[in-house]
Design a protein around this ligand. Sequence first.
Ligand code: PMP
Length: 429
Amino acid sequence: MNFSYPRQIRLPDGSVMPFINLDNAASTQPLDIVAQKTAEFLSYYSSVHRGSGYLSELSTRAFEEARQQLFAFVGASPELDTAIFVKNTTEAINKLANRFEWLPDDVVIISEMEHHSNDLPWRKKARVVKARVDISGALDLDDLRVKIREHAANLKLVAITGASNVTGYINDLRAIARLAHTYGAPLLVDAAQLAPHRRIHMMPHDHPEHLDFIAFSGHKMYAPFGCGVLIGPKEFFQTGAPDYCGGGTVRSVTKDSVIWAPPPERDEAGSPNVVGAVAMGIAAAVLSKTGMRQVALHEQRLLEKLLAGLRRIPNLTLYGSAFAGPNRLGVVAFNIQGLHHLSAARALAGEAGISVRNGCFCAHPYVHRLLDLSPEEIAHYSKLAGQGNLAVVPGMVRISIGLYNNENDIEKAIAAIEELEQNPRHYAQ
Ligand code: PMP
């Protein structure tokens, strides 16, 4: 893997610091090639669809090409699907939640490993039922099957993450799609974590393993912030009013009537983030050209090395599986005994220039479960957090690997963590 990205940062005092980004599950840095191609487009962007000038035509073409690149990236159907550009995965899932017509008894089945972005939007609209995870944090497919069967009569949607942002576990989407479809429910895949690291194929619409809806973000796949996508059947978005409305969403407006535009325009209110969409399309094309198998193999090797190093460190607790495998992304959550997760993350950044993340990673119920907190402890810490006292709340440190990381990054991370483990008192704040 030979991708370059900035590895030094200039501080306000003018000094230059090397750094290693091992916080890729939060956001990746743009690959140089993505940044460069996006910068070329920056000089030409204009509003789309509404102008007849050269710039507008060029931008419209680039914007529409980005949709096609994203269709190709996840094996969607350009004829049957639509790709709606949004801000990020969170907005995509909220949009989908806003676009269903809800009945009072409707049920959405999610899992205990979901990010808040694939949990809270459903709680606002329906009864949310969660499929259990097992003791190691992996999705319990038998429990999912039981819950789908039990709630089949009112089941509106199954919404499951493609991969966990805490343990890196990859879910068996084919099996889940089959299950959901057996009981007549569509499936949404939160692909925020999966899309940058594994090949996704939405499969033909009439296939039992078809993924009906999928959502992911540009900033986790080597493109800038501010653009994400919701892909799903055109037919679904052809009816009903959009959640946001205004310019761009209509065919015609009179004093007292509106004819909505067909998808995707109907759901893209206001001037869209054309540069963000083009950058996301470029990133998808770069990833596809590299080959997601190559990306996965590279990250897999680094993950094996990282886990082998961490397993040797005493007084270090790994959450989820301690081993790499085909069903696991390069995401590793851990704690060092005697060192608060915040102190550990700060020390890694301050002492070794290594960026990681700490806390509960917007998946509080899952992290509580992995930390084995009692209901009383959860209530206690939840109260403290509500009062703004976040520093004492339990959590974890998370390393997450991207395709530009190399063996040297992993060796440095292991060495830095070893040092913290040997001198926890020194780094405790
Ligand atoms: N789902 C998962 C699994 C995630 O990891 C994240 C981001 N951490 C999101 C959803 C939300 O993504 P975004 O912040 O881009 O909306």
